[in-house]
Ligand binder design. Structure first.
Ligand code: PEP
Ligand code: MG
Length: 544
């Protein structure tokens, strides 16, 4: 048995089978070969296997992301058979008399650098596809399993680290946990784990990933951050006991389903849930959230291989609104950039992405992209109770520009006789110190504020939320944060607007009473935190 200790990012416990998520940085062995013909045959066979794999992936992608999203795997098949690429591999084998996997890695480097050096941004983006198909070919040559090495139920994904885009494309039905060597508690991957309701432990150290193998049994304790690989019988018994205890605790909370979210002295609070996509709807409904306080719409873009079209987005928003049957659904417009990178946006690499080109800044610079989303949102609005929210605001001008685009969309839809709801509330996220400080100026422009404490903390305390070294400095209860929240609440109320919190701090039960005393009207949390927060609210008496 091996034991590791990291940081738990979602409180739950599970036992499963390890599936290693392979990464590209591995060193490919180079050795001389005598039998050149044999090496060439190995490449041929590996190519055929890789194509069969891509056929399967294409079929799976068709059902999960639709035809346009799945198209990339057809392109990958064509790239694998590209004459120049195949010739480069063969030549390296013949001339250098080296093994096939090394020849593939050389072709991968030279073709991807060639694409990267091109002027056309579409061609530049092909570099990552070359690396991807080459890695697949190498995996076939070395007989390695790729991505989710194990399939079936109760899979625990183990990786060096996970990017949000990798996390969203995993088969959520079969996963019962994540364990990674690195990562940060506030990263979007950790947030996804919480939204997906699965135990996750990060920061287990570099040793972890090199010591485990596909198929090993792993027990994860998302409360304590403990991880046991191939646990002995005593540990297994203890873990099973903890799982049972956890189930009972969660069972007790279930008695709060269907109950009002109201304090002992009668103040009603909106208790909403955060989601990243339609996959989370089941959990929202099961945990009986009063609405959706934050739909991170950028995950639609992250899951897609190209710009999601108006109709594709419309269908998703409609589905969420219909599922919530008239309860409020706040959809946040696209917030990419920083740790949420989308290849097809062709954003330049930045030295300091957290302080960079993201969210509303991109949307206002790219009205074509923004208007597609806004049109989809307005069209979907007749299917439920929609509110729209803009992220990363720092000025009144940004709010005015975004609102002007909404007006433009309404005029367009009017001229096309397309219906939309005329009572859509429009709000903004307060997640930069600037927006909190000028919240008194912003309040008259909008219908509501939602405080994004994840970014508010990183920008106020100058602590990159992706950097695990800074976690100890990012004091979530820092007086500066609490004062900014209080000031924002007062600004909103002075103008008759409501205000909520949708960052992770909303689920910190040690602050719930304080937030309520500040006058917070809404809390939006990962679905599984809805009932624990409802419990605290129902036990709070603000008259005392
Ligand atoms: C936040 O910053 O608190 C927030 C809710 O947005 P995100 O975590 O998606 O950046
Ligand atoms: Mg944010």
């Amino acid at each position: 048995m091996l034991c590791f200790k990291g940081k738990g990012v979602y409180g739950a416990i599970s036992i499963g089978v390890i599936s290693l998520l392979n990464k590209t940085e591995e060193i490919i062995p180079r050795f001389s070969v005598e039998n050149i013909e044999n090496e060439l045959r190995r490449v041929d066979k590996a190519r055929r296997n890789a194509i069969l794999q891509l056929d399967e992936i294409y079929k799976k992608a068709l059902t999960e992301v639709g035809e346009t999203g799945a198209q990339i795997f057809e392109i990958h098949k064509m790239m694998l058979e590209d004459e120049d690429y195949c010739e480069a591999i063969e030549n390296t084998i013949k001339i250098q008399r080296v093994n096939a996997e090394y020849a593939v890695s050389i072709a991968s480097d030279s073709f991807s650098s060639m694409f990267e050096g091109m002027d056309d941004s579409y061609m530049q983006a092909r570099a990552s596809d070359v690396r991807d198909i080459s890695l697949r070919l190498i995996d076939c040559l070395m007989d390695r399993k790729r991505d989710t090495g194990e399939s079936g139920k109760n899979i625990v994904i183990c990786a060096t680290d996970l990017a949000p885009s990798e996390t969203v494309t995993l088969d959520k039905n079969s996963i019962c946990g994540f364990a990674t060597s690195y990562g940060s508690v506030n990263s979007h991957t950790s947030i996804l784990a919480r939204n997906m309701n699965i135990p996750a432990v990060i920061g287990l150290g570099g040793n972890f990933i090199t010591s485990v193998q596909n198929g090993d049994t792993i027990a994860i304790n998302g409360y304590t951050g403990e991880v046991f690989v191939n646990p002995d019988n005593n540990t297994l018994t203890e873990i099973n006991r903890l799982i049972e205890e956890d189930k009972n605790k969660k069972h007790l909370l279930e008695t709060l389903r269907g109950k009002e979210t109201v304090t002992l002295d009668g103040k009603k609070i909106k208790l909403y849930a955060n989601i990243g996509g339609v996959d989370n709807l089941g959990s929202v409904l099961y945990n009986d959230a009063d609405g959706i306080g934050l739909f991170r719409s950028e995950f639609i873009y992250l899951e897609s291989r190209e710009y999601p079209g108006e109709n594709e987005q419309f269908a998703i928003y409609k589905r969420v609104l219909e599922a919530m049957s008239g309860k409020r659904v706040i959809i946040r417009t696209l917030d990419i950039g920083a740790d949420k990178q989308v290849d097809y946006f062709d954003l330049k690499k930045e030295e300091n992405p957290a302080l960079g080109y993201r969210a509303i800044r991109i949307c206002l610079d790219r009205p074509d992209v923004f208007k597609t989303q806004l049109r989809a949102l307005f069209r979907a609005s007749i299917y439920g109770n929609l509110s729209i929210m803009f992220p990363m605001i720092i000025s009144s001008d940004e709010v005015r520009s975004a609102l002007a685009l909404c007006d433009e969309i309404k005029r367009e839809l009017d001229s096309e006789s397309i219906r939309y709801a005329n009572d859509i509330e429009i709000g903004i996220m307060i997640e930069t110190p600037a927006s909190a400080i000028i919240s008194d100026t912003l309040a008259p422009l909008v219908d509501f504020f939602s405080i994004g404490t994840n970014d508010l903390i990183q920008y106020t305390l100058a602590c990159d939320r992706q950097n695990p070294l800074l976690e100890k400095f990012a004091d979530t209860h820092h007086e500066a944060i609490l004062r900014l929240i209080k000031y924002t609440v007062d600004s909103a109320h002075a103008h008759g607007k409501w205000v909520g919190i949708c960052g992770e701090l909303a689920s910190d039960t040690s602050l719930t009473e304080r937030f309520l005393r500040m006058g917070i009207d809404e809390l939006s949390v990962s679905p599984t935190f809805v009932l624990p927060i409802r419990k605290v609210i129902r036990e709070t008496d603000l008259s005392k």
